[in-house]
Design a protein around this ligand. Structure first.
Ligand code: HEC
Length: 146
């Protein structure tokens, strides 16, 4: 009971003071790490999805697509601060309208794919079309940079 109360108190403190602090104090390194975490999440979820779709393991393909769509839905915001570094190309910010539209389209497409997988089965999803990772990477990610 005491432990539970302490834990609850910590969460409340983090929720009430956390966002304000994060916005005021996030460094360029934080921005880089945050968007990297999101991309690695996309990568891991895509790998897990591939294993389920190929029948290597039993699993819920729709759940992985939902996780991808959810991550994509807040990824645009992670790139909004103009912080060069990592594998990001400067074109992300000089062509922001195109970049953000691509990310938002990606979120929409994967959400639609997740819905289809949930309602009529993953065999009815065009996964290659939904997971258009490479189209964006070809334009906005420089893998030679890291
Ligand atoms: C709309 C553009 C866009 C889409 C869509 C996108 N990415 Fe990325 N991705 C980027 C950019 C830009 C970077 C470089 C970010 C950086 O280094 O700060 C990146 C970096 C990465 C990295 C390197 C992370 C690291 O630093 O180790 C991986 C892995 C990755 N993406 C996987 C994926 C996968 C998998 C998908 C699709 C399921 C995907 N991405 C979809 C733009 C995109």
């Amino acid at each position: 009971m005491t432990a539970r109360a302490a834990c609850f108190g910590f969460v409340v403190a983090a929720v009430t003071t956390g966002p304000a602090l994060a916005e005021a104090q996030s460094t360029d390194r934080d921005v880089l790490n945050y968007r990297r975490h999101l991309m690695i999440t996309l990568n891991e979820q895509s790998a897990a999805l591939g294993m389920v779709l190929s029948g290597t393991v039993p699993g819920d393909a729709a759940a992985h697509l939902e996780a991808i769509a959810l991550t994509a839905s807040y990824a645009t915001k992670a790139f909004a601060p103009r912080v060069l570094g990592g594998e990001a190309r400067p074109e992300i910010w000089t062509k922001w309208a195109d970049f953000s539209r691509r990310m938002d389209d990606f979120a929409r497409k994967t959400a639609a794919a997740a819905k289809t997988a949930r309602s009529s089965g993953p065999q009815n999803v065009n996964v290659l079309d939904a997971l258009a990772c490479k189209a964006c990477h070809d334009l906005y990610r420089d893998e030679t940079k890291r």
